[in-house]
Design a protein around this ligand. Structure first.
Ligand code: CA
Length: 231
């Protein structure tokens, strides 16, 4: 049996990093390790990587900075963040920043491998929506992953922003709840999860449409979000 996928582990605690690397190798993943933020970012941007496990508190560059940099040049690289128990804000910020999932320390090898395999599976299955979507302020070009603004100019969409727009478009005419968005757009079990990551993603998306952003993606009070009428 060959190796499955190449996983980068960015974690500064040697014992935790070693434990993760061993578990991954045992499950036949190819593993690269980085012990600080600077080498972690370096390796994350190198070709051939299939997934990154990213600690948030790191010397050099922290995990959020690495995630932001990686999302610019490798928007579809699956990233799972490693967070401390109780740090709900880190999870929210990480998911809003484009992480695909998170695991809470301390975690078992079994749990970690299950998450890695689930994220790899989901990212392979993630639909690539096509076509154009006309909204207040601009037109979404799913193929090119950008918004062509009515007033001129283009704004690049992150994969998650594109996925959210595609999901809302497919469910036009009803309000989609924050929890449903977490479950269907991120693909994670949203039970008991803070949904602010959804609000942060929507806020960023609206800003890309400019001032009409609030009319492009509507807040439905007490229910969630829906797309506005085509201008
Ligand atoms: Ca750390």
């Amino acid at each position: 049996m060959g190796l499955k996928a190449k996983v980068l582990v960015v974690e500064d605690e040697p014992a935790i990093r070693r434990g993760i690397a061993d578990a991954l190798r045992f499950a036949r993943f190819e593993v690269e390790e980085a012990a600080d933020g600077i080498s972690g970012l370096d390796r994350a941007l190198a070709p051939g990587l299939d997934l990154m496990l990213l600690d948030l508190m790191l010397p050099g560059r922290d995990g959020f900075e690495i995630l932001a940099e990686v999302r610019k040049s490798r928007p579809r690289l699956p990233v799972i963040i490693l967070t401390a128990r109780g740090s709900e804000d880190d999870r929210v910020q990480g998911l809003a920043g484009g992480a695909d999932d998170y695991v809470v320390k301390p975690f078992s090898a079994k749990e970690l491998i299950a998450r890695v395999e689930a994220v790899l599976r989901r990212s392979a299955e993630r639909p690539h929506p096509a076509g154009l979507l006309r909204l207040a302020g601009g037109t979404v070009d799913f193929e090119r992953r950008e918004i062509v603004l009515d007033g001129g100019g283009r704004r690049e969409l992150s994969p998650r922003e594109g996925d959210l727009l595609a999901y809302l478009a497919a469910n036009r005419g009803r309000a989609v709840s924050r929890r449903e968005i977490l479950e269907r757009v991120w693909g994670i079990d949203a039970e008991g999860l803070d949904t602010r990551a959804v609000d942060m993603l929507v806020a960023r998306l609206r800003a890309k449409f400019g001032p009409p952003g609030d009319s492009a993606v509507l807040t439905v009070r007490g229910s969630g979000y829906s797309l506005g009428d085509t201008a």
